[in-house]
Write a protein that binds this ligand. Structure first.
Ligand code: SF4
Length: 279
């Protein structure tokens, strides 16, 4: 049994949330560069140019790439031969976020849903935990902006709706979202599972690198079909009109109840932030 102390988890999370907010993934920057070449609208190309410059400045000067530094969401894989010493995993992650958001001068955006009183340290966090084989702890920090998160939807389709129903719903959701999720976006889609599993899959789908094909040929085809349709809406970068609303569509699926066809959409803005550490 390997032992990891909560202090080491908090320290790693502290660094992770700052890095996630300062440094975009290489895949996202490459998608911006591709957009700069491929976007048909001059205004849209200007947006891609500004996003590339913004990403460079954020990384170089260690400043957040967006004023909304996000809800601190974590995907954690914990090996079954690992023991956490000194406290609870959730408390350790919250502690790291508390320190990281203070040290990095990251905006604190979490409040009570009724009183709207800010918790002032960006906690509590959301931790999605999965138990896996082995003795390691993989932590992925995926801060999520409110503007794009507000565009999320879950629907329970009739099983008879089939693929057409799935495509129609996702495309309509993107059309309704318009400029609100700060395009160019990544569209995460969950199909199947229970209601909560479906929403989690849609968000987790956003972690897949842009440009990496779905290993399931049927899903890869569906992703390509939806990507073309949402881009044909003409919303374009920042909603200024153009040919690239989405840089990618990522779908995850899971078996579902015979009476249901759950479908979730979670859109990620161009500030597609996620960083991971292995302890
Ligand atoms: S949706 Fe994303 S890019 Fe837009 S304000 Fe929020 S975090 Fe920033």
């Amino acid at each position: 049994m390997r032992i990891v102390h909560v202090d080491d988890i908090a320290k790693a999370v502290n660094e992770l949330v700052k890095k996630a907010n300062f440094e975009l993934g290489r895949d996202v920057v490459a998608a911006f560069e591709k957009g700069l070449k491929d976007e048909v609208s001059p205004a849209g190309r200007a947006v891609f140019g500004a996003l590339i410059e913004n990403a460079e400045i954020a990384k170089r000067e260690s400043v957040p790439m967006c004023q909304d530094t996000g809800y601190a969401v974590f995907f954690v894989e914990m090996g079954r031969d690992l023991h956490i010493e000194g406290g609870l995993l959730q408390d350790a992650i919250d502690d790291g976020v508390r320190r990281g958001y203070a040290e990095g001068f990251l905006r604190k955006s979490i409040c009570d849903p009724f009183t709207r009183k800010n918790t002032k340290d960006n906690t509590p966090t959301v931790v999605i935990l999965e138990l896996v084989e082995g003795d390691r702890l993989k932590i992925v920090a995926a801060p999520k902006g409110g503007g794009s998160e507000n565009m999320s939807r879950l629907t329970m389709l009739s099983p008879a709706a089939g693929k057409k129903g799935i495509v129609d719903f996702v495309v309509k959701r993107c059309e309704e979202a318009g400029s609100n999720p700060c395009p160019p976006v990544i569209v995460g889609v969950g199909v199947g599972g229970s209601a909560e599993k479906c929403m989690t899959m849609a968000k987790k789908a956003l972690l897949r690198p842009i440009g990496q094909k779905n290993p399931d040929a049927e899903l890869a085809e569906l992703e390509a079909e939806i990507l073309k349709k949402v881009n044909d809406l003409g919303i374009g970068p920042q909603g200024l009109g153009g040919s690239i609303f989405a840089m990618a569509v990522h779908i995850e699926k899971y078996p579902c109840h015979i009476a249901s066809l759950p479908l979730a959409v979670n859109i990620c803005c161009h500030a597609s932030r996620h960083k991971e550490v292995l302890l």
